[in-house]
Design a protein around this ligand. Structure first.
Ligand SMILES: NC(=O)c1ccc[n+]([C@@H]2O[C@H](COP(=O)([O-])OP(=O)(O)OC[C@H]3O[C@@H](n4cnc5c(N)ncnc54)[C@H](O)[C@@H]3O)[C@@H](O)[C@H]2O)c1
Length: 437
């Protein structure tokens, strides 16, 4: 792929559209507004706080990423959302219970001004939810057209030039690919004929791409990750990314596992369990929704350890992941890991992790970075799957036949090299021999 000759400059406002106005989406919106008002720092966001080394280590050039590539500024962002509950963002954030009352009070007026548009929803895809604020239409194509009309109206009313969408809706039940997902033609026929195999999230993705809106999927359900959608994204010149925000336990896994692998420490087993009490936890308490999450969480180790290359070290490990819905804990998840490793002469060792994390606090900066980077990719003329954004996902989308890269540090290198490539800077290989010539 050749370097983009030109990245279209940022001009005007950027609309960030969020299907799903729950814990993650409201924590993200409230946080951006607090940062804009100078009340908080954008901790955890690469686009806001990250730097990028350019040239040799001796060159001392490490600008901020936001000074290196033209990203939309926080001040230029307008928010839009869809949800099956009509609550404004303040009410939804209060119910989610992530941010303190004081923090929410500080941006109350702003949040109260954000009202979700009616959702495209099907209870068959999220068994634990039912809400009144939903669209009706004779066919799924009708529903997609209503979403496209929402996007057009949002742009007009808010005076927005460009939009990006990040799925922050609930995890849908696991469904394998069917022929309706295979080609764009089959998918559009399925929309017109109300195919049961088309999930609401895929209708949003279709409507967004058709409206020229890049789309990232924060949940593990397929949404935008199947051949018909890849075809549409490439045809329309729209960047897409997914799946499933990489936050708590899986983030830890993709930090630690590459270390064990680097030192060739063997793995006997990795047992992960969580307690979680937010609405996401309630939805994931349904075995069919959990199945989507399990598939997304389980793949990580296999790709990092490459058992086919190291059968003696990683050929037989046991990997178990559990999520337990436990209401008292709310959004403040607790994730335990017990890791059984072995070293020299097969002597066993154990590692225990107890991560008292906050799910939405970890996810919010990811939503921001994905939105800004997808908008950048769009202006740079990049279309289809954006593998360089794997850094943010538990189950990164890749080209067909290509295994995903899960190692967080390789993902970061890939992301930064992509930014260097976009700007025509030398890629950094870490070879470093030139310092010793
Ligand atoms: N927080 C994290 O660390 C994290 C990590 C990875 C993935 N995720 C995923 O992000 C998503 C959001 O998480 P959350 O904690 O905000 O959940 P949440 O339950 O608080 O919010 C989800 C919102 O989506 C709405 N919704 C469901 N289906 C919809 C539809 N078809 N259209 C519009 N709205 C719809 C729900 O009414 C709810 O308000 C979930 O899928 C979750 O699995 C979260």
């Amino acid at each position: 792929m050749k370097t983009p000759t030109e990245i279209r400059p940022v001009a005007g406002k950027l609309g960030i559209l969020l299907p799903g106005l729950g814990a993650v989406a409201t924590t993200f919106i409230a946080g951006v507004e607090m940062i804009r008002q100078g009340m908080a720092e954008p901790v955890g966001s690469l686009t806001q706080m990250g730097t990028i080394r350019l040239g040799k280590r001796t060159d001392n050039r490490s600008p901020r990423i936001s000074d290196f590539v033209p990203l939309a500024s926080l001040d230029s962002i307008e928010f839009g959302a869809w949800d099956l509950f009509p609550d404004d963002a303040f009410t939804a954030a209060s119910k989610a219970g992530v941010l303190s009352k004081e923090h929410l009070a500080s941006v109350k007026g702003f949040l109260e001004g954000i009202h979700p548009m009616e959702a495209v929803f099907d209870k068959g895809y999220v068994k634990r939810l039912d809400g009144p604020h939903v669209k009706t239409g004779a066919t799924k194509m009708d529903l997609a057209e209503q979403l496209m009309a929402d996007i057009a109206r949002f742009k007009k009313e808010r005076g927005v030039d460009r939009c990006v969408a990040v799925w922050c809706g609930s995890t849908e039940v696991y469904r394998p690919l069917t022929p309706v997902h295979a080609t764009l033609e089959a998918f559009e026929k399925g929309l017109r004929e109300n195919s049961d195999d088309i999930a609401p999230s895929a209708i949003y993705a279709y409507a967004c791409i058709r409206s020229g809106v890049p789309y990232a999927n924060g949940a593990p359900n397929l949404s935008v990750d199947f051949p018909a959608m890849h075809e549409l994204a490439r045809r329309e010149g729209i960047p897409i990314a997914g799946k499933d925000f990489k936050t708590g336990q899986t983030l830890m896994k993709t930090i630690l596992a590459p270390g064990f692998k680097a030192r060739l420490l063997g793995l006997e087993g990795w047992y992960s369990t969580n307690i979680l009490g937010n609405r996401d936890g309630e939805v994931l308490d349904d075995p069919e929704s959990f199945k989507s999450k399990e598939v997304s969480k389980l793949g990580v180790l296999e790709h990092i350890f490459q058992p086919h290359l190291h059968p003696k070290l990683y050929g037989h490990y046991s990997h178990v992941v559990r999520i337990n819905y436990y209401p008292p804990r709310g959004d403040n998840k607790e994730g335990w890991d017990n890791i059984d490793i072995f070293g020299w002469l097969n002597y066993p060792m154990q590692i225990k992790i107890d991560f008292l994390c906050r799910d939405s606090i970890l996810a919010a900066p990811i939503v921001l970075d994905l939105a800004l980077f997808l908008d950048l990719a769009h202006r740079a003329g990049m279309a289809g799957t954006q593998e360089w954004l794997s850094f943010y996902f538990k189950s990164p989308m890749t080209a067909e036949g290509l295994y995903p890269e899960h190692d967080l540090f390789i993902q970061l290198m890939k992301l930064k090299n992509t930014l260097r490539w976009m700007k025509g800077e030398d890629l950094i290989t870490h070879l470093g021999l030139e310092y010793y010539d």
